[in-house]
Design a protein around this ligand. Structure first.
Ligand code: URA
Length: 284
């Protein structure tokens, strides 16, 4: 049986979708590179100098192997990755920042953090200083990564509406950021090591923003900031206290369902509404 061309060629759209689902959703070079290509020793056989035809000896020279072009001869290697920052180095960098601009600069200068390589933009945070409420999500998604702004995609639009329902606005009296300021490829969950590196920065971020109320958005944020093991189902509906060395005193913290979860499970919106009212009660 013979196959038509369509059956032998992969559908490019399906192939792209498959790559995106695997997390390969950014082009990081114009040419594909096979990092695993085996080293091929270049045969450096000199090509005999061509004699003028008239003086050519009547012997037959066996075919010579052409030396490979330099780029092919030596296998290309991935650039040596800088050492990932140690937790103590991250803590020192973060605590040295005295302003939000300095904190942003410290993140921009951080070396060896793998997510920086795959992300398009640093998503630092936005809003007003000393806000009524500081919302902290997990990590930027694709829209946030493209724009360099937190919560600007579908879940961000829902978060804006949730905030508006209790009189909050990122331009007037709220601040929004994430535990991780760079997008994990394919929106995968951040690893414990990635969270540990970013933790000193988000803690310093809170100290510099100085909110009246802290709202961890979603399970990862709530567990990380409140140092809890339980999931968001058990953490929401409760009030915690968040303390930090650079704060005047503990601040109330109210975990909230992540809007991405609410978009999938609208039946949980009633519980989220209760939590929003609890936040409103504290700030009034
Ligand atoms: N989800 C998050 O946790 N943060 C964002 O900024 C966007 C989506």
């Amino acid at each position: 049986m013979s196959l038509s061309l369509d059956e032998t060629q992969p559908d490019p759209e399906a192939l792209l979708r498959w790559y995106v689902e695997l997390g390969a959703d950014e082009a990081i070079g114009d040419e594909p590179v096979d990092w695993f290509a085996a080293a091929t020793a270049a045969a450096s056989v000199p090509i005999p100098a061509q004699s003028p035809a008239s003086a050519a000896p009547a012997s037959v020279t066996p075919p010579q192997q052409m030396p490979k072009p330099a780029a092919e001869a030596a296998p290309r290697r991935a650039p040596a990755a800088a050492e990932p920052p140690s937790d103590s180095a991250a803590r020192a960098l973060a605590s040295a920042a005295q302003t939000l601009d300095e904190l942003r600069a410290a993140l921009e200068a951080l070396e060896g953090f793998p997510l920086k390589v795959t992300a398009t933009n640093l998503v630092f945070g936005e809003g007003v200083e000393q806000p009524d409420v500081m919302f902290i999500g997990e990590a930027p998604g694709a829209d946030e990564d493209r724009q360099g702004r937190p919560f600007v995609g579908a879940s961000g639009r829902l978060l804006d509406r949730m905030m508006q329902s209790i009189g909050l606005d990122r331009e007037k009296n709220a601040y929004i950021t994430n535990i991780l300021p760079w997008r994990p490829p394919g929106n995968r969950e951040p690893t414990p090591a990635e969270i540990a590196t970013c933790l000193p920065f988000i803690r310093r971020h809170i100290e510099l923003v100085r909110p009246r109320v802290l709202v961890p958005v979603g399970g990862t944020s709530a567990k990380t900031l409140l140092d809890q093991r339980q999931g968001i189902m058990r953490l929401r509906g409760r009030q915690f206290e968040y303390a930090g060395p650079g704060l005047d005193g503990p601040i109330p913290a109210i975990p909230l369902f992540h809007p991405a979860f609410l978009l999938r499970s609208s039946g949980q919106k009633a519980l989220a509404w209760r939590d929003l009212l609890a936040i409103k009660q504290i700030i009034q």
